[in-house]
Write a protein that binds this ligand. Structure first.
Ligand code: PLP
Length: 390
């Protein structure tokens, strides 16, 4: 079976994890810091905080942005549920801004409308869908005008660059950027996430929130009289200064992630080549086309998504997925619009309020794209699709 996405592990990765196991330190050791520094340097951000998942990263970023009761967070309806759930975890409200049909990213026009209608917006979470960077200058301008903080959901976009050449994660247009290292993403940690930022106060807050809200670095004590005896610091003393979480990642995971990270450029180059092959093979097809076409040179190439005219073809998506499966080809839909999920409907959302997202959802299908996909396998995917869709 050819899956729609898959991680790539080599002997070096295995060796690195074995070395961590032999080192004596399993969590919060040198691999965590080394991984944080490597990513911060690569993306061009001052600070990086590694976490147990991308979802944990979104949660802490929402808290650090000040999302909470009486405050809302705007995101795209076409994303993984975690981007929106972050607002609910923080006790805030979710607002969705519809997508641009050409990029599948949050439309700046829809964002401006959402901001005008929701004066309580505290954070904006654009999602770089499939690795294609959002229109960040427009999003940042709208955020600045509304006094909102931008948190980029770059779970798909490690290794992507903006049109100005800076890397996603540099926070050139945002206060924070989050990444995920789930195995289906660009690099695998098993589970893992990260926040990058250039803001020292946010960085310090994230370090505390990652570990129970306990003071970190040289955070001043709130009860200095408890911290020392006759002017001598009490060696056991620490303070829990706010309610934090246990969102730490282990040294084993960061060892693996760092080893994977060294291969990122190679991973993306192969993905880009595969995308080029698909684009060429599907050019001029009558009933289907790539969902994203412009600006993809600088994409992280996380997913390859087709838009298919199922109505015109007279077949439905389930039948197509089944036909592909019979040829040992996996496919998936990214994503069911978040407002269509039962939990969000119970909160009063309706997917029909986001017509571009709804139309995209009816037509979308993700086909295999990953580093180890061979030319032969890709050719079989192309042949199978052309046979089913013409
Ligand atoms: C994967 C993903 C997340 C969540 O990351 P985890 O590491 O699985 O928690 C968030 N947002 C998007 C867009 C994702 O694809």
């Amino acid at each position: 079976m050819i899956p729609y996405g898959k991680h790539h592990i080599d002997e070096e990765d295995i060796q690195v994890v074995a070395n961590v196991l032999r080192s004596g330190i399993l969590t919060q050791g040198p691999a965590v810091e080394a991984f944080e520094q490597a990513v911060a340097q690569y993306v061009g951000a001052k600070y990086a905080v590694a976490l147990s998942s991308g979802t944990a990263a979104l949660h802490l970023a929402a808290l650090a942005a000040g999302v909470g009761p009486g405050k809302s967070l705007v995101t795209s309806p076409i994303t993984f549920v975690a981007s929106a759930n972050a607002a609910l975890y923080a006790g805030g409200r979710v607002v969705f801004a519809d997508i641009d049909p050409d990029t599948i990213n949050m439309s700046p026009d829809s964002l401006r409308k959402a901001l005008a209608n929701n004066p309580d917006v505290r954070a904006i979470v654009p999602v770089h869908f499939a690795g294609l960077p959002c229109d960040m200058p427009a999003i940042k301008a709208a955020a600045d005008q509304a006094g909102a903080i931008v948190i980029e959901d770059a779970a798909h976009a490690l290794g992507a660059t903006y049109p100005d050449g800076r890397r996603v994660g540099s926070c050139a247009y945002s206060q924070m950027t989050i990444f995920s290292f789930h195995p289906v993403k660009a690099i695998a940690a098993g589970e893992g996430g990260m926040i990058t930022t250039n803001d020292e106060a946010i960085y310090r807050k994230l370090l505390r929130l990652r570990s129970h809200g306990i003071n970190k670095l040289d955070d001043p004590f709130q009860l200095p009289e408890q911290a020392s005896t006759n002017g001598v610091p009490n060696p056991w003393y620490y303070e829990m200064q706010e309610l934090g979480y246990h969102y730490r990642i282990t040294d084993m995971q960061c060892g693996l992630a760092l080893s994977q990270f060294k291969k990122l450029d190679k991973f993306i180059a192969r993905r880009r080549a595969l995308v080029g092959n698909y684009d060429e093979a599907f050019a001029g097809m009558r009933n289907f086309r790539p969902a994203q076409t412009t600006g993809r040179d600088a994409s992280g190439h996380h997913l390859y998504v087709l838009r298919i005219d199922f109505e015109g073809l007279g077949i439905n998506r389930g039948q197509l997925m089944q036909a592909l499966k019979e040829k040992k080809i996996g496919s998936q839909v990214h994503y069911i619009p978040v407002p269509a999920q039962p939990h969000y409907r119970k909160l009063g959302f309706s997917p029909t309020d986001y017509p571009n997202a709804q139309k995209y959802y009816q037509e979308a299908l993700t086909i295999p794209l990953f580093y180890d996909l061979t030319d032969e396998q890709q050719a079989s995917v192309i042949t199978a699709l052309k046979a089913s869709l013409s």
